[in-house]
Ligand binder design. Structure first.
Ligand SMILES: NC(=O)c1ccc[n+]([C@@H]2O[C@H](COP(=O)([O-])OP(=O)(O)OC[C@H]3O[C@@H](n4cnc5c(N)ncnc54)[C@H](OP(=O)(O)O)[C@@H]3O)[C@@H](O)[C@H]2O)c1
Length: 345
């Protein structure tokens, strides 16, 4: 048994971590932190966890907590994570960070999109935690940078095509739609019921902070620098992301060849499901699960490929992927504790 801590347990990803870890046979949740809910049980913060995660939230110094857990999930906002993670690492703990603080390799790029980085010395050793693409590096890591939700939904469908030179890397357009849990549990006007229901809108057009993360990881797959057009949208649902991605094909490809490529690239992956030709995924078929479902279409009229991917932003886009990374780091079977069947309808 390993002991796990959730820093930021009262947030949406923290709650989801508690739910998933309760199903993990090799993990005991030994620490859960929250400033606002200190002294309250997780089941008071999240009633669906009653009898499942009754651990009491606390607001204790990290120096004390490091003695009580082996692996830490930091499920806190960016900037907060970089203030906490160095102390955890120096105490000998492993860290899966769900924030953006250790995802960007180049501190100058991070600082251009976020703010000053106060733990730059840890960027070089942080491993980008997308297991399907990077699991050999994750295995020995002590600091895993868990990917963003939008980046997970964009990188997974594009990886086989970029690795095989099937698309022009300069022509990628990603159009993504997310449910409102992507913005966290903190009260904000933009995610109030009246602001979100009965309509949907684009936001942060051309300037969303996940853009440099997506470009960085796609560039590694393509073997050269690239830029993308990325437009996120907020849709009136609690969870789920659907990304529609377009790119120009570099040669004539037929539908069967494209489908076969995606299927063979991901044939050994438990959490990536490729739709049959002519079928496309939907968020309701991955809800609550760690799956990324992908559909594809060769648009012969325009010479473009259209990829459609879906994930649950709180699971494959955050907590589920974090547990998948923990499994790789700890040498457990990668799907341990993650066998949840999507909840439909
Ligand atoms: N939501 C998603 O779909 C998603 C997906 C991928 C990645 N992420 C990333 O995961 C992280 C957590 O996201 P979330 O959606 O769970 O956010 P959230 O619902 O807003 O929760 C944030 C958590 O961090 C704690 N916290 C906030 N400020 C803190 C501080 N200064 N010191 C200590 N604890 C602090 C909060 O608890 P108290 O205020 O009670 O201490 C709360 O438990 C973020 O970095 C986010 O970008 C989120």
């Amino acid at each position: 048994m390993i002991r796990a801590a959730i820093i930021g347990a009262s947030g949406y990803t923290g709650g989801e971590l508690a739910r998933i870890l309760s199903l993990h046979p090799e993990v005991e949740l030994s620490v859960a932190t929250s400033r606002n809910y200190a002294g309250k049980k997780m089941s008071q913060v999240y009633p669906h966890l009653t009898g499942i995660a009754d651990i009491v939230c606390e607001d204790a110094p990290m120096a004390e907590l490091t003695r009580r857990a082996d692996i830490f999930f930091t499920a806190v906002p960016h900037q907060t994570a970089m203030a906490i993670v160095p102390e955890l690492l120096e105490a000998g703990c492993k860290v899966i960070d769900l924030s953006a603080d250790f995802r960007i390799d180049d501190p100058l790029v991070y600082e251009a999109w976020y703010q000053a980085h106060t733990a730059r010395e840890y960027l070089a050793e942080a491993v980008y935690g997308l297991p399907e693409i990077n699991r050999h590096n994750i295995a020995g890591a002590r600091l895993v940078a868990n990917p963003g939700c939008y980046p997970t939904s964009v990188i997974l469908p594009l990886a086989p095509l970029l690795k095989n030179g099937l698309i022009d890397p300069d022509t990628i357009i990603a159009d993504s739609k997310s449910g409102t849990s992507g913005a966290g549990r903190g009260a904000q006007v933009g995610t109030l019921f009246c602001e979100v229901t009965d309509g949907f809108r684009a936001y942060k057009v051309g300037e969303h902070r996940h853009t440099p993360e997506i470009e960085q990881e796609l560039a590694k797959l393509a073997g050269r620098q690239l830029t993308i057009s990325f437009t996120p949208h907020l849709v009136p649902m609690s969870r789920g992301i659907l990304s529609t991605i377009y790119a120009k094909l570099t040669r004539d490809v037929d539908q069967q060849e494209l489908s076969d490529l995606l299927m063979s690239f991901y044939q050994d992956e438990k959490f990536v499901r490729i739709c049959r030709p002519g079928q496309f995924p939907a968020t309701q078929y991955v809800r609550g699960s760690n799956y990324c479902d992908i559909g594809c279409k060769v648009d012969t009229r325009t010479g473009r490929v259209v990829l459609v991917s879906v994930i649950d932003n709180l699971v494959k886009g955050a907590a589920g992927q974090a547990v998948q990374n923990m499994n790789v780091v700890c040498g457990f079977a990668e799907s341990l504790g993650l066998a949840t069947v999507p909840l439909f309808p």
